[in-house]
Design a protein around this ligand. Sequence first.
Ligand code: PHE
Length: 374
Amino acid sequence: MAYTVFKLTDYSETALENVAAECVRACRDEAGAVRNDAELKTFRDRWIGRKNGILTQINDLWLKAAPKDAKREVGRRVNDVKANVEDILQKAEDIQLERATGTPLVRERVDISLPGVHRPIGAEHPVIKTTNEMVRVFQKLGYSVADGPVVETDYYNFEALNFPPNHPARDTQDTLFIAGQQGKPQRERLLLRTHTSPVQIRTMEKMRPPIRIVIPGTVHRNDPPDASHSPMFHQIEGLAVDTNITFGDLKGTLDHAMKEFFGSSVKTSFRPSFFPFTEPSAEMFVSCFICGGSGKRGADPCRPCKQTGWIEILGCGMVDPNVFEFVKDNGYDPKKVSGFAFGMGADRIALLKYGVDDLQLFFQGDVRFLQQFG
Ligand code: PHE
């Protein structure tokens, strides 16, 4: 027999419990019998129809008719039944929709008790971190940060840095050239910059002396990747130009910077070298901050400094007057100004600093490796 709503006579807790349960059970049974859209509509109208739906009847016959002192309890039961009926109806609609469309339905519900989505904030890449720390050391000395393009012209990468066309010094740079540039005059041909030094020229073209800049950036060379080489790596360049800048300023500045970066106990050592754009040129070493300069770790040989007690960190020198000739018109008269420049490999410094033994780990993007720096 179809379910019908009767007026209540017994307002005891058990009686209320029973009528409520009976009603919900009836609703569930009827929902289970729904087979198509038409039956679903009949079911919906019968239970939640505004005018004479069962929920409305319950409201009238149970709640409105209840004596004052039973109203509270009856109200609670009625709300309970309503919530159940709505839930059953919702499910019946879902099932019918699935039946009609043939695809399972996933209904989104907000469960406010679930924990929020945890998004890890990530970490600075060790090379970027090292770069930023080094740049900061020079910023504290009053240097500002400059940058320039990675795809560079022959003019900025070589010619204006005093590498004449066809000069053998170009061979040391293992340059990656952009294809299809042969139709252009040599100085306009594009290549991937092999060092950050072109930004020295670009900055001097824009800013008159005195200048003090650091230039962090990506560079490329045709080196096959291995534990200590990569066709893409990072440099940090420095340039100071003013009147009366001497090699003493170069040494003092770099010695201070190394003590700031590696710790006050490191020593620096300068050994003669050659770069076309500096004269004189030097390579700067720092005393090995791993073995303290002894070349030994306990009884074992110190590997990072190859037992020498010294680690090569950068190339440097006094800006060659020939370089100033290229930017002479912007106030860089080689007879009036002098300057120093330096360039270091950020990746190598990061390797040493974090005791990483394979450069490739920096560029493979393996989260397990990178997470260790978070
Ligand atoms: N650009 C040089 C290199 O990549 C390093 C350097 C920079 C040397 C500035 C002297 C002055 O090897």
